[in-house]
Ligand binder design. Structure first.
Ligand SMILES: [Zn+2]
Ligand SMILES: [Zn+2]
Length: 186
């Protein structure tokens, strides 16, 4: 929807109801606003995605003339599965209370050594041991290096993985070639 200040990005809302006068004129829309992270009390945080929106408890009535187009606000899960993110694709994983600044849910899963919620804009690599996800920078790797990885074990899993490997070698003469391959490539 057209913002009051034209230099600002467009407003995003969910239209709950459309009404018009008896002649079908003067069309009004009842909206529930989505907030951008920078419009929230806490501001934009590092884990907020560029296309992230919060579904607020802020309801409004606007003239239908302010509608400029239609966009899609995906669930977080379906957003992360998009093959390509278009201009009109957004996602929402939090509801936002505009008077208290509180979020619902107030906790989300955190990943990596830095214990941050997932920002879908960031490249992450998954450990094959513990299934946790890591930012290349947090494991002293460049994004390019991370993209070239065939296999990845985090610090704590690679020492455990090695112990397991030694035990299995001791227990059996048949070495596990799959694990060996992983080990060499690491
Ligand atoms: Zn990290
Ligand atoms: Zn791990």
């Amino acid at each position: 929807m057209r913002p009051a200040d034209q230099s600002k990005p467009q407003y995003v809302s969910r239209i709950e109801r459309i009404e018009a006068d008896a002649r079908g004129g003067n069309v009004k829309v009842h909206v529930r606003w989505y907030y951008r992270p920078e419009e929230s009390t806490g501001g934009r945080r590092q884990f907020h995605g560029s296309k992230e929106l919060f579904l607020s408890d802020h309801y409004d009535v606007q003239s239908a003339d302010t509608i400029e187009g239609k966009c899609t606000v995906h669930s977080f899960k379906s957003y992360t599965k998009l093959d390509a993110v278009g201009n009109d694709d957004f996602f929402c994983r939090f509801e936002y209370n505009s008077s208290t600044g509180a979020f619902n849910p107030d906790r989300v899963a955190v990943y990596c050594k830095c214990e941050m919620p997932y920002n879908p804009d960031d490249l992450m690599v998954q450990c094959e041991g513990c299934s946790d996800w890591f930012h290349p920078a947090c494991i002293e790797m460049t994004a390019e290096e991370a993209k070239r990885l065939d296999h990845f074990f985090c610090e704590s899993c690679s020492s455990e993985g090695q112990k397991k490997l030694q035990n299995s070698h001791a227990a059996s003469r048949h070495s596990d070639t799959k694990v060996d391959t992983k080990r060499r490539r690491r």
